[in-house]
Design a protein around this ligand. Structure first.
Ligand SMILES: Nc1ncnc2c1ncn2[C@@H]1O[C@H](COP(=O)(O)OP(=O)(O)OP(=O)(O)O)[C@@H](O)[C@H]1O
Length: 668
């Protein structure tokens, strides 16, 4: 401390705030500190990974260069940091050509927990390249090393050398040694056995390549001639050539898990923050709402947080990036950030930067935009709901999963005759069968964000929406018949077509080729499941009570509705045959009933809804065909006039309806 004050006073920079205050008059006692315990906690529990120790030591080397430049602005000083590993000796050394330390400085700063020269220097000079602040970082060396030595020569005493040595950090010694050839320090760690791998230079290259990528001083590993931090930083310097290519190069070099699909800038000075950097959309299929946000934050050039994903909007699971800021405040471990107003301003700035970047990509880079839409369609649907500008950008572009593959909402609407159709069920089921028959694509409303996205789209574009599976949606689809059927005809149809638990509903719907559809009652399905004795074991009792209170309102007798399409020629012909007392009417109705059972079976399992007996239905087709073809005596010519009242659609009702003579069909 004395030395710092001397030096700072010498510059005339000493501020009032640093003069010692008046002596206290009360009987104050000094808090005892268990230094051993404190050192152990700080050294081994403050940081989440032992790699942080390397970062702290490189950062000290960096600060010593800044200090030297500040103290000796005219001196010729070539700043370098060289990190070497020696696996045989199990050592790592970090050498700098910075300011070095005098012996009093070793005692006052290096060996004093909680005090560093760096913070004083920053406070006095206002220099914001200095990184150190807490006077703690050096201690982290003891989390990976059994012994630490620092051999140093101060640039202010270039003829003297000193060696600090400590095992564990609690006690240390300082001895005079020969002065280094040039001022600066070498910190050497004898690694603990469990951290021996850090002596491998390749491991050092990888770790330091990330930690130091933005550091202003070149950092070399081993005898390398190329520093690990020589990737051009696109937001700091005017790149040679295409600036977009420079962004993509940086993103490719930095992104660990995924290739970048497009890269866009943060800042400068966006939304009240000083943060600058680069964001990119990562390749790699994300599924549903998976979160691959990956943001590294640098403070004064040094990696502070590898995974600051909370700074990115929660909907941006596909975004990676790097930002740097001087205003963010690190926690003492310098691995996380204080959640202050600068943090919140940066959050907002990053959300804006992602949206701006997506706009820029859509406008300027159509190929990249198509890849982004294809890769991240699901995530983008959800993202669009969280941000109005994003919704406007994506409303017509983002693909929606449908029964006919991915389609934009616009294409879905056009194919649906102006309406957007959405199935609320979880795929399969009558909805899919119906839409296949209608040849209309249906959006998969059970997938992430699809339903709210399409509802919002329908509002924005003022179009009709049909939510199939909801009562309202079903009513839109199955309209009332133009004229109600007489009760007696209805009863006959119900008896001929419906199985137990099915309610016959005469209706009109698309397509006319589809005579009937069996629609399970989802509430009745739920009731059956909940009232099942087994439910007691599966569902928590409070939830079960609530659910049962709800399903008590449902009678449960009607398990499915059988919508009969009065607009279908087949149904019209059946009714005509019935009205005229044609003997084939019952057989034709039996055929339709078999068709219903087969279609319901093909539409997939539908819980408890009755769909009749499939084998009986299949057998019923055979019986009906035999009955209809046997109705004509063999050898009679096919003369339609002889059967004036027969409906055309009854298969086999007319001898020529199947394209062959009755003798061929009956085989008799
Ligand atoms: N390589 C070095 N060259 C010169 N001085 C050093 C070096 N390493 C450490 N020091 C001195 O030791 C002091 C304490 O270092 P330490 O890493 O514990 O804390 P800091 O860097 O000041 O703050 P922080 O805890 O935020 O890293 C520094 O402030 C600096 O004065």
């Amino acid at each position: 401390m004395v030395q710092a004050i001397v030096v700072l006073a010498h510059w005339g920079l000493m501020s009032e705030g640093h003069r010692p205050g008046p002596a206290p008059t009360e009987d104050l006692r000094t808090t005892e500190v268990d230094l051993g315990g404190l050192v152990s906690v700080l050294a081994t529990h403050l940081y989440s990974t032992p790699l942080v120790a390397l970062r702290e030591l490189v950062q000290n080397a960096h600060d010593s260069h800044t200090r030297r430049r500040l103290e000796d602005p005219d001196g010729r000083h070539a700043p370098t940091i060289r990190v070497r590993g020696d696996s045989a000796r199990r050592t790592v050394s970090i050498a700098d050509t910075g300011a070095g330390l005098t012996e009093p400085e070793i005692h006052a700063y290096l060996a004093t927990v909680g005090t560093g020269y760096t913070r004083l220097l920053r406070e006095v000079t206002g220099n914001d390249e200095l990184i150190g602040a807490f006077g703690l970082g050096f201690l982290s060396a003891f989390s990976i090393a059994d012994e630490v030595t620092v051999t140093t020569t101060s640039h202010r005493e270039p003829a003297l050398g000193h060696r600090y040595r400590s095992r564990g950090g609690e006690q240390y010694s300082v001895e005079p040694v020969a002065a280094r050839r040039t001022p600066g320090s070498v910190v050497e760690l004898t690694l603990k056995t469990e951290h021996a791998h850090l002596a491998e230079e390749q491991a050092l290259r990888e770790v330091l390549g990330r930690y130091c990528v933005l550091l202003g001083v070149p950092v070399f590993v081993g005898d390398d001639e190329r520093p690990v931090n020589d990737v051009p930083v696109p937001w700091r310097e005017e790149p040679a050539g295409d600036p977009y290519a420079a962004r993509m190069r940086f993103a490719t070099a930095f992104g660990r898990r995924f290739e970048p699909l497009a890269a866009f800038p943060v800042g400068p000075a966006a939304g009240g923050t000083d943060a600058v950097g680069l964001l990119w959309v990562q390749d790699g299929g994300t599924y549903g709402s998976s979160d691959n946000r990956d943001l590294a934050v640098y403070l004064r050039g040094m990696l502070l947080s590898e995974d600051a994903r909370d700074l990115l909007p929660s909907w941006a699971g596909f975004v990676g990036g790097v930002v740097e800021s001087h205003r963010l405040t690190p926690t003492a471990s310098r691995e996380d950030l204080q959640r202050d107003e600068h943090y919140r301003a940066l959050q907002q700035a990053l959300a804006d930067a992602v949206v701006d970047g997506l706009y820029e990509t859509a406008r300027l880079r159509p190929a990249a935009w198509r890849r982004i839409l294809a890769r991240h369609g699901q995530d983008l649907l959800g993202a669009a709901l969280c941000d109005d500008r994003l919704f406007t950008l994506l409303a017509d572009d983002v693909p929606v999963p449908t029964s006919q593959g991915d389609l934009t909402a616009g294409a879905l609407r056009a194919a649906g005759g102006g309406a957007v159709h959405i199935a609320l069920g979880s795929g399969g089921g009558f909805e899919e069968m119906l839409y296949r028959a209608m040849q209309v694509p249906i959006a998969r409303g059970d997938r992430y964000a699809v339903l709210p996205f399409l509802r919002r789209y329908a509002q924005l574009r003022d179009c009709r929406i049909v939510e199939l599976g909801s009562e309202h949606g079903n009513r839109e689809l199955f309209r009332d018949p133009e004229r109600p059927l007489p009760a007696e005809e209805r009863a006959w149809l119900a008896a001929a077509l419906a199985d137990e638990g099915e309610q016959l509903v005469p209706a009109r719907f698309e397509p006319p080729g589809l005579p009937l559809v069996l629609v399970p009652d989802r509430e009745a399905e739920l009731k059956a499941r909940i009232e099942d004795d087994q439910a007691d074991a599966r569902i928590p009792s409070a939830a079960l009570r609530l659910a049962r209170a709800f399903t008590a309102r449902t009678g449960g007798e009607v398990k499915a509705r059988l919508y009969l399409n009065l607009a279908a020629p087949a149904v019209q012909d059946l009714l005509t045959a019935y009205r005229s007392g044609h003997t084939g009417a019952a057989t034709a109705a039996g055929l339709l009933r078999s068709l219903k059972v087969i279609m319901a079976a093909a539409a997939g399992p539908s819980g408890t809804s009755p769909a009749g007996d499939l084998s009986a239905a299949l057998a019923g087709i055979g019986t009906a065909v035999s009955a209809l073809t046997a109705a004509l005596p063999a050898g009679l010519p096919a003369v339609p006039d002889t059967l004036p009242d027969l409906p055309e659609a009854l298969p086999g009702a007319r001898p020529d309806a199947s394209g062959g003579g009755p003798d061929e069909g009956a085989g008799a």
